[in-house]
Write a protein that binds this ligand. Structure first.
Ligand code: MN
Length: 250
């Protein structure tokens, strides 16, 4: 019997077309295990479509869905942490996400100390309570449950998977135990870290023109494209039709 393949997917960011193209080019077949590195939403125009697709694929196998900082923002807003509005709207391009869920993002605006929502004739301050109400109304329940069920890290015998990298100086077994902040949002120390952790770290978050392949790490976050790492072959396929040989590069 052929050994089961693992396909690892970098950041998707509301881009269903590129997600499907990358999987097609990687030769995805039922039976392959998919590991997603997080950042499913925002930026692109198809956040809702990506989520619907993920919920379908989740039913078909033992796939792994990690959390990215973009899902973290939604969960924080859902918890009533209104200070994350700025991150979501201005840094995360959350207005594109809202639009895909059928909401007119022009109704949310900034005024002096925070964000407001135009509701009928009223301007409603998006405080903690109103933020929770808004997020619960914007996203279907099963989409919010999907965000909540995402994992922070995952590992196999040879690889360690996370969204934005490690908390430098901690063993792999301690990653995410004390805090998930650096794993979800990234850290300069990790970018300089050339330690051998005993496994190859596979992460996303830092979007670049090409995947980064170094001795202890592989970064799969691309600008305007989706990358798929095929294990055990060690080939990265992307939605632009390119391939990168991991084994040769190492
Ligand atoms: Mn990202």
């Amino acid at each position: 019997m052929m050994k089961k393949r693992i396909l690892v997917l970098g950041d998707i960011h509301g881009n269903l077309t590129h997600l499907i193209k990358a999987l097609d080019l990687a030769g995805f077949e039922p039976g392959d295990t998919l590991i997603f590195l997080g950042d499913y939403i925002n930026r692109g125009n198809e956040s809702r479509e990506v989520l619907n697709w993920l919920l379908e694929i989740k039913k078909t196998g033992e796939h792994v869905f990690l959390r990215g900082n973009h899902e973290d923002m939604i969960l924080k807003l859902l918890a009533g942490e209104a200070q994350h509005w700025y991150n979501w709207l201005e840094y995360g391009q959350g207005r594109n996400c809202m639009k895909s869920y059928g909401y007119d993002p022009g109704r949310i605006f900034y005024r002096e100390e925070g964000y407001y929502l135009k509701k009928n004739e009223e301007d409603i301050a998006l405080n903690g309570r109103e933020t929770q109400i808004f997020i619960r109304q914007l996203f279907p329940e099963d989409h919010l449950a999907f965000f909540q069920e995402t994992m922070i890290t995952y590992e196999t015998d040879d690889y360690f998977f996370c969204h934005a990298g490690l908390e430098s100086g901690l063993n792999l077994s301690e990653q995410g135990v004390y805090s998930d902040a650096l794993i979800l949002w990234g850290d300069e120390d990790f970018l300089r870290d050339r330690n051998d952790y005993g496994k190859t770290i596979v992460y996303g978050h830092y979007h670049q023109k090409e995947p980064v392949i170094q001795r202890n790490r592989i970064c799969l976050a691309l600008e305007d494209a989706v990358a798929v790492l095929s294990i055990p072959e060690g080939i990265i396929y992307d939605s632009l039709g390119r391939t990168f040989n991991v084994i040769k590069a190492l």
